[in-house]
Write a protein of this length. Sequence first.
Lengths: 111, 114
Amino acid sequence: SQLAEENSWALSVHEGESVTVNCSYKTSITALQWYRQKSGKGPAQLILIRSNEREKRNGRLRATLDTSSQSSSLSITATRCEDTAVYFCASPSNMGYKLTFGTGTSLLVDP
Amino acid sequence: GPKVLQIPSHQIIDMGQMVTLNCDPVSNHLYFYWYKQILGQQMEFLVNFYNGKVMEKSKLFKDQFSVERPDGSYFTLKIQPTALEDSAVYFCASSLNRGGDTQYFGPGTRLLVL
């Protein structure tokens, strides 16, 4: 796969803890997006980070992008039970039309 | 936030039949997409549609698949005839621009081909 989440495919934390999901990619990208998909729902974008950016924040979420190592991370602080979901990284194709998704990391936040 | 609607939420059909999946994209969006997700697996791109044309498609977008958006109504994915391997959840998405712009996804249509 062009994109892959490097963690194990599943993570479990207790509510209030912090967690980081990592993503690596094989070809150059113009942007990298982090999506969250809750059970039975469609993916929802959390953060879009462009190739000229190194860090982006959205509330309790922080994404980083390292183009030299072709990797990105998504950190969630003060996790809540409602953060339980599958987290995907995704990047647009060179033509800019399609998103290629990573394999996903399933996060379980225990109360 | 912006919402994409999909109809129906579930569909069960016999192999060989035709099925049409409907998507109501975000009203001012110009780019429309279909993705396929088999249970427990990653989301896979099928096709992008813009200005009445298919702009990019994947190998999964077989000859039996077609898309259209007649007169700005629903954006549809038609499969004719269906095969067992078409069983999956199909997600519609839309975006205002391309090139990495945010894509907004619908809740999916769960298709089961018997």
